[in-house]
Design a protein around this ligand. Structure first.
Ligand code: PHE
Length: 334
């Protein structure tokens, strides 16, 4: 009895101490074992009761001392501390921003047609954003209302479109040129559900001998089908840009109703997604490319616009608010 209470209150402060206790009580010459030796001399009629008491004592000693040893063996897989077969703790994974997702999709699609990627500066000069692109001096796009000027210097400004990168690439490279230019652009506009003062564009440029409007159309049809699904149709409407002639705006069949008519396409069945055209000979000239030898096409689209149509997003401001509930929905859209 006394030995049982003694064993129950055993304590150890280290693995070595626990081992000492094991030897003291449970080893062959230990206290518990010696009691089993004495058991031989117990008279037969007491054997049952004494035997049961001894067994209880032994089990108690074994489990108490095992517990003491376990305290110091938490790192051991054999102990009760860790089970290596348990599932691990997972770390919260981030995801790509929807604008990056869509940008990468656009880059991938044009990469399959042999377009490489180039980038240019966001802070630009008048030449690359306007003058080289054939904007007349009084063109309204140069107006203070559209363009952010830095320190009111009319020659230092934030680019209003990625067409400035067209100019830089044409100035630096000989045709054939086949490249796209993704990047951030800035316009001094009131922020609303449909417009923002900062947004993203992807510009495309293809210059070589005998590049035709048919090449432009086929390239854009391929893009539209890859981006929005093979059933997508396109339509080109005549338009005007200073740097392309002829110019067009491209619509795709509505991604929501497929052309039947709904609120997104204002019942027309079509939504506008980009501007395009044949590079104006004046622009080629400005960039030291011979317009008699080479022709080319250019196009430009807003990444936000493509994303809004593809994922049916109601408010463009969501892209810039960093609301995790919005962003998390694009985790799997790699
Ligand atoms: N730069 C034009 C815009 O920002 C788009 C465009 C690019 C149009 C290339 C034609 C050719 O609206």
């Amino acid at each position: 009895e006394a030995l049982l209470t003694e064993i129950k209150s055993l304590k150890a402060e280290s693995a070595a101490q626990a081992e000492e206790l094991r030897i003291k009580y449970l080893s062959k010459k230990g206290l518990v074992s010696s009691l089993f030796e004495d058991f031989k001399s117990v008279p037969p009629h007491e054997k049952k009761a004494v035997g049961m008491a001894l067994n209880e004592l032994k089990t108690e000693a074994q489990s108490t001392i095992q517990q003491l040893r376990d305290q110091f063996e938490n790192a051991e897989p054999s102990g009760s501390g860790s089970d290596l077969t348990l599932p691990g703790t997972s770390f919260p994974l981030g995801g790509r921003h929807p604008l990056s997702v869509v940008r990468n999709q656009i880059v991938d699609i044009f990469a399959r047609l042999g377009f490489t990627v180039a980038e240019g500066p966001e802070i630009e000069d008048d030449w690359h954003v306007f003058s080289a692109l054939n904007f007349p001096p009084e063109h309204p796009a140069r107006d203070m209302q559209d363009t952010f000027f830095i320190h009111k210097d009319p020659d230092v400004l934030l680019r209003t479109h990625t067409s400035s990168v067209q100019v830089r690439v044409m100035e630096q490279q000989e045709p054939p040129i086949r490249a796209i230019f993704p990047g951030r652009v800035f316009r001094n506009e009131a922020i609303s559900a449909r417009a923002h003062c900062i947004f993203h564009q992807v510009e495309g440029l293809y210059i070589d001998q005998d590049v035709s409007f048919a090449d432009l159309r086929q390239t854009l049809l391929y893009f539209a089908k890859e981006m929005f699904g093979q059933e997508t149709q396109i339509r080109l409407r005549p338009s005007y840009f200073p740097f392309t002639e002829p110019s067009a705006e491209m619509d795709i069949s509505c991604t929501l109703c497929g052309g039947a008519g709904c609120t997104m396409c204002k019942n027309t069945g079509w939504v506008e997604i980009l501007g395009c055209g044949m590079v104006d000979p004046n622009v080629l000239d400005n960039c030291h490319i011979d317009p008699k030898k080479y022709t080319g096409f250019a196009f430009g689209m807003g990444i936000e616009r493509i994303a809004v149509l593809k994922y049916q997003i109601k408010d463009i401001r969501l892209f810039f608010e960093n609301d995790i509930r919005f962003l998390e929905q694009f985790k799997s859209a790699l």
